[in-house]
Design a protein around this ligand. Structure first.
Ligand code: ADP
Ligand code: MG
Length: 358
């Protein structure tokens, strides 16, 4: 169902993204070791990743790095190892050919016990040893980190580890997704000579919002799956307000088509649901500085220029020096909460903009 709220994992539930899936497949065919899936929240990165991994019929591990970070406050190596191995085992459930070999491989690692799909780690293990072992298996294995920018919150240098793996482990391909595109780029440092991944090639698959025509077609197809007739003007109004962000289009379709709300009710319930989601997402950065909230407020109210935004923020929270203010602005761009286009700032997501403005 196109209007299923959870991230998609089957091709038939995924609207379009043909080009992106093909690019993903091409990168793997060429044996590339680093694939990035980038784009602001709710453009369908996790969905694309799930579908791509399911279609490939290769062993893979998929780790939700954000949820690990929120559970542990850091990314502990033993937890990561366990998650990778358990996820790998799960992914080969349906392929006997891989399953037996993989179980044997994991079982042969000292300090690790496998029972069914569960992995127990008896003593300290190093991720790099595990990856070497996996590489030596001889099959291509994909290690996917969803919301990978959270890997930076760790005592361990996962960037260095990925660099080592890319240089030395030809059978391992890393796929990293990131909503905080700037943060992910900073963490990886592909063009930062001071960082371990400097100079490495990465395939970048950038997800864009749907065009107006695609958004309309998406809603029409979704409603027709549910055998529901929705007036064209309502569809166009929703498309206008949700600006091609598939996550919001899906939520609208779900509220309208599955929950059977009217057009107005669906939009207002969408805003309700979005409010708690967005608050939760913003919580972390607002805990770093209250000024982030003020900057977003300023921009949501139509202040676009550096100086206008600064003036607004200062009128609320007192003087702030230029350099510090610039850093805060730049961080919001890196987190994906602001866009900067020819010197003007904007909140890229219309629903986030609306929520902050109120
Ligand atoms: P992201 O990981 O970029 O935040 P998700 O993959 O979680 O985005 O998708 C957000 C929402 O949009 C989910 O409800 C998901 O089901 C839906 N969705 C994303 N991409 C598509 C697509 N191509 N077709 C249909 N629904 C999609
Ligand atoms: Mg996601």
């Amino acid at each position: 169902m196109l209007f299923e709220i959870k991230p998609k994992s089957r091709r038939k539930d995924l609207y379009d993204r043909e080009k992106e899936l093909k690019e993903f497949g091409d990168a793997l065919k060429l044996g590339e070791n680093l694939i990035l899936i980038l784009g602001i929240r709710r453009l369908g990165k996790s969905s694309l990743l799930n579908v791509a991994l399911n279609e490939l019929k290769l062993p893979y591990a998929k780790i939700d790095v954000r949820s690990l970070y929120f559970t542990f406050g850091t990314i502990p190596q033993d937890v990561l190892v366990r998650e990778i191995l358990e996820s790998l085992l799960r992914s080969t459930r349906r392929f006997r050919k891989f399953r037996v070999g993989l179980e044997r491989l994991v079982d042969s690692i000292e300090g690790i016990e496998v029972s069914g799909l569960k992995v127990r780690i008896g003593r300290k293990v190093h991720l790099i040893d595990i990856l070497e072992k996996i590489d030596s298996w001889g099959e291509r294995v994909i290690i996917a980190f969803d919301e990978a920018q959270y890997l930076r919150f760790s005592g361990l240098q996962y960037d260095g580890l990925i660099a080592y793996a890319i240089d030395n482990l030809p059978n391992v391909t890393f796929v990293l997704t990131g909503s905080e595109v700037g943060m992910l780029h900073d963490f990886l440092g592909l063009d930062n000579p001071k960082k371990p991944l400097f100079g490495r090639y990465a395939r970048e698959i950038v997800l864009e919002r749907f065009s107006r025509d695609k958004s309309i077609d998406f809603l029409i197809k979704g409603f027709s799956e549910l055998s529901i007739d929705v007036p064209q003007d309502e569809i166009e109004d929703a498309v206008e307000k949700l600006d091609g962000i598939v996550g919001w289009l899906t939520m609208y379709g779900y509220l309208r088509g599955v929950r059977k709300l009217s057009h107005e009710e669906a939009l207002s319930e969408l805003l309700n649901m979005a409010r708690s989601l967005v608050r939760e997402e913003l919580d972390k950065i607002l805990s770093h500085s209250k000024r982030y909230g003020m900057i977003l407020k300023a921009v949501s109210l139509g202040n676009e220029r550096w100086s206008e935004i600064k003036e607004f923020v200062e009128s609320k929270t007192g003087r702030i020096n230029d350099a510090k203010f610039s850093i805060l602005l730049r961080n919001l761009v890196k987190y994906g909460y602001l866009d900067k286009i020819s010197g003007k700032y904007r909140i890229p997501d219309p629903i986030v903009r609306e929520i902050i403005r109120r």
